[in-house]
Ligand binder design. Structure first.
Ligand SMILES: Nc1ncnc2c1ncn2[C@@H]1O[C@H](COP(=O)(O)OP(=O)(O)OP(=O)(O)O)[C@@H](O)[C@H]1O
Ligand SMILES: [Mg+2]
Length: 365
């Protein structure tokens, strides 16, 4: 896939504009506080309907305005397409090829992988951070996962309400329980399958780019025990069994104690959990390898290259690691949008960013 063009209105500090991209490396450079991250965020917002900086869309609107929008023209193997996200009076609207669509029809059309300084939180943060991230990744190429997860979250809320209000003897509670098991098992099974696949690629990428003497694994850590090759039906049975065991405890606590909302994804470097043992540099390298592996996962699932967005590349790596990353990207033949406060010594198309204005073709100073 390739983004050809973007239009944006009232986005952060950016002066409304229209930018045309190039197929390979597009570098956005400029001093601190000029709008580099805001611009990359606008691209991401147009592609996914979300920000990579905040969960509150209103924060992305220019101070003092009450509507904003991003319009993207991109091309995939089939042809040219457009995506629009409008944010008006606190509500988002999504358009695909100029036609208004629901979010599940919008999300995942244009695949984007991002690497931003805050991503280190994927290792250091809570299980919720990792679940949210991997859920988004799996959903990016599987509308079925998106829908199962949404159905599960809905039923989880209802089930928790019944537990809280001590209404578990109500007849409909057992119906909800069946749905809880049905969707929960599907969510877990898809996550396990994803982890099994990406873990192998992750290890290869980490060793190739950063350290060939270490083994990196991604492990799905479930309430249900070790999961590797179980079928959906087997996971359903495990979940059902677990609910039975926890029945009295769930009633006492008043919420669900098992299911995918309790699971985690662990990065394990040479047999130790990276969260508590890996160095700062290793954590950044693990996350970067993860992002490269996501690219491979998108290619596998869709036979299309996703777009890679890297914000503030100079802040992650020492010169050696940066050079090996950039050389790798130059060879990968995918469209990359990256930002930096200075030149990178690579063969890129350069855009200068100053006071919210993006200008192509200026020399790097
Ligand atoms: N909603 C908003 N409306 C207007 N301006 C905003 C909004 N949110 C942030 N800003 C401002 O936009 C400016 C650009 O921020 P941005 O993070 O894009 O800079 P940057 O070029 O990435 O800088 P750095 O190199 O420091 O990362 C900042 O001065 C910031 O305060
Ligand atoms: Mg920035």
């Amino acid at each position: 896939m390739e983004i050809l063009e973007i239009n944006y209105v009232n986005f952060r500090n950016l002066i409304d504009g229209n930018i045309k991209f190039f197929p390979d490396l597009n570098l956005f450079f400029g001093k601190n506080g000029q709008g580099k991250t805001s611009f990359l965020e606008a691209v991401y917002f147009g592609a996914t309907g979300q920000s990579f900086r905040t969960s509150k869309a209103a924060e992305t609107m220019k101070y003092g305005s009450n509507k904003a929008g991003v319009y993207i023209v991109y091309e995939d193997l089939i042809g040219k397409k457009t995506l629009t996200v409008k944010f008006i009076n606190g509500k988002k609207e999504y358009y695909y090829n100029e036609k208004k669509v629901a979010y599940d029809e919008f999300y995942g059309k244009l695949n984007v992988v991002t690497y931003i300084p805050e991503d280190i939180i994927l290792i250091t943060g809570s299980p919720l951070v990792r679940r949210t991230f991997f859920d988004g990744e799996i959903a990016q190429t599987s509308i079925e996962y998106f829908q199962n997860l949404r159905a599960y979250n809905k039923i989880l809320k209802i089930r928790n309400r019944y537990l809280k209000e001590k209404k578990t003897h109500h007849q409909e509670f057992s119906v909800y329980e069946e749905q809880f098991v049905h969707y929960g098992a599907r969510v877990i099974a898809a996550r396990v399958e994803y982890v099994n696949k990406i873990s192998i690629i992750l290890n290869l990428n980490y060793r190739k780019l950063f350290d060939d003497k270490k083994e990196l694994n991604l492990v799905y850590s479930s309430e249900l025990g070790e999961l590797k090759k179980q079928s959906v039906e087997e996971i359903e049975a495990l979940l059902r069994e677990r609910i039975k065991k926890r029945e009295s405890m769930e009633k006492r606590y008043g919420f669900s104690l098992c299911g995918p909302q309790k699971d985690d994804f662990l990065f394990v470097l040479n047999g130790h959990e990276a969260k508590s043992t890996a160095s700062q540099g290793e954590k950044k390298s693990i996350v970067f390898s993860l992002k490269l592996s996501e690219i491979d996962m998108v290619i596998r699932a869709k036979r299309e290259n996703p777009i890679l967005i890297i914000d503030d590349i100079s802040s992650y790596f020492d010169t050696n690691r940066k050079t090996s990353v950039l050389n790798y990207l130059e060879k990968r033949n995918i469209q990359v949008l990256l930002s930096s406060t200075g030149g990178l010594g690579i063969d890129s198309k350069n855009f200068y960013v100053e006071s919210g204005v993006i200008e192509y073709g200026k020399e790097i100073r």
